[in-house]
Design a protein around this ligand. Structure first.
Ligand SMILES: *[C@@H]1O[C@H](CO)[C@@H](O)[C@H](O)[C@H]1NC(C)=O
Ligand SMILES: *[C@@H]1O[C@H](CO)[C@@H](O)[C@H](O)[C@H]1NC(C)=O
Ligand SMILES: *[C@@H]1O[C@H](CO)[C@@H](O)[C@H](O)[C@H]1NC(C)=O
Length: 399
């Protein structure tokens, strides 16, 4: 397994985490709920509004005449003849609502979101002129900006771009025009799986058909994202990656680009490496440097990711647990390939321990996480099968 070199552990746990996430979608949405929600009292609504708009902004009310007290009374859905006794109204409890939201009438529940940027004026339903159907994230340091600039240009307007910044440098990226429309999330010295677990919740990325979670050191000269998606759809790949070009740093046969096919789903490894031709690393396998997930596959993979195991080692061997049959739905796209440049970045940012170099301690942590992940998975599976009365299930181990 290649060293996914931009991984690191945080040096100072108390180092402040700076999140530069564009929040006005949430603000606008929260305000709308605030003004349209029927059973909140007027005083509560004023508090809500007060949190979202500074007191000066209440001029807004006077000018537009919208969320004034009078208007809010009109907005109240309650029939005035029964309003005098609240206990006459049956309580709302809808078990099929998302957990925790059972008290809400289902039609107001908005269980999923997106990264679409809204404007602060006009009609909300006219805000979005383009709703990208695909999402691509890069975990980046500013030093790799040229490479990322080249990569982003391979993704059309049909893609939402999210950058996870591990070096704290975000505004500098505005030298690129596309950066002004991208989502920037900054937390120092974290790995891409740390960000993915925290910022790519399946309910947040729900509108996107495919999600690319990519490293920053991929050469994209022979890659076109729209064409890639066409091939992934054509061949029914739920989890995929572009083939790695020959001059890449290669660890596995499976991810090596082939010249004669559009995609491949299985390979031959060195003798003795594959216990079963349908199992990793001979099939049902892609690496973690440039994976692409379908919406459904990501929903499962997100849940499989552990909060403390941040390097993602071993995750590639477990991806197959999320799709069925894995040896048909996981594959490598040969016709759209990338080069793995293996630029050491985060991988060098460990903290020297016991005379060991920074890259060594990061590598050791990667391997340790791999073992921990395998152990946890095996134990969890065993516990599950035991709970349903099966003691020795076959194929319970990860590899
Ligand atoms: C209010 O309730 C009364 C009696 O239940 C009903 O006759 C009336 O149509 C209701 N008004 C509205 C606006 O729903
Ligand atoms: C509201 O109605 C319930 C039952 O219909 C009654 O027990 C209660 O006393 C009423 N409360 C008020 C404040 O009128
Ligand atoms: C974006 O998606 C639409 C709809 O699938 C497609 O027609 C269009 O060609 C895509 N844009 C680019 C630049 O490929």
């Amino acid at each position: 397994m290649g060293l996914h070199s931009r991984s690191a552990v945080s040096r100072k746990p108390n180092e402040s985490m700076r999140l530069i996430v564009t929040t006005f979608v949430g603000i606008a949405f929260g305000f709308l709920i605030g003004v349209s929600f029927p059973t909140l009292s007027i005083s509560k609504l004023n508090i809500t509004s007060g949190l979202l708009f500074s007191s000066n902004d209440f001029e807004y009310e006077e000018k537009t005449g919208l969320p004034t007290q009078k208007a809010l009374n009109v907005l109240s859905l309650k029939n005035s003849s029964s309003a005098h006794n609240a206990t006459n109204t049956p309580k709302i409890w809808v078990p099929s609502n998302p957990r925790g939201a059972e008290r809400l009438p289902p039609r107001i529940v908005s269980a999923e979101s997106d990264f679409y940027l809204h404007r602060l004026w006009g009609n909300p339903d006219e805000d979005l002129t383009n709703k990208p159907k695909y999402l691509v994230t890069f975990t980046v340091g500013y030093d790799q900006r040229k490479n990322i600039d080249a990569a982003v240009k391979k993704f059309s307007d049909n893609f939402t771009i999210v950058l996870f910044h591990y070096d704290g440098r975000t505004t500098e990226w505005d030298e690129f025009e596309w950066s002004k429309k991208a989502i920037h999330i900054s937390a120092r010295r974290q790995t891409k799986w740390w960000y993915a677990k925290r910022f790519l919740h399946p309910d947040i990325v729900a509108p996107y058909d495919y999600i690319f979670i990519w490293d920053e050191d991929l050469g994209v000269e022979h890659f076109n994202a729209e064409e890639y998606i066409k091939l992934v759809k054509k061949h029914g790949l739920e989890i995929s990656q572009p083939g790695l070009e020959p001059n890449s740093k290669l660890t596995w046969q499976m991810t090596k680009k082939r010249g004669d096919t559009e995609v491949h789903k299985k390979t031959e490894e060195r003798p003795g490496w594959c216990s079963d031709p349908h199992l990793p690393p001979c099939a049902a396998f892609v690496e973690i440097m440039a994976p692409v997930f379908s919406r459904d596959a990501w929903r499962c993979v997100w849940h499989m990711m552990q909060n403390d195991l941040v390097h993602g080692w071993g995750l590639d061997f477990a991806l197959r647990k999320c799709v069925e049959p894995a040896h048909e739905k996981i594959g490598v796209v040969d016709a759209q390939s990338v080069m793995h440049q293996s630029v050491p970045s985060l991988g060098n940012q460990g903290e020297s321990q016991n005379g060991k170099a920074p890259w060594q301690v990061v590598r050791e942590r990667c391997k340790k996480e791999w073992r921990m992940f395998q152990d946890r998975f095996a134990r969890a599976e065993k516990a599950y099968y035991k709970s349903i009365g099966i003691n020795n299930p076959s194929k319970s181990k990860l590899n």
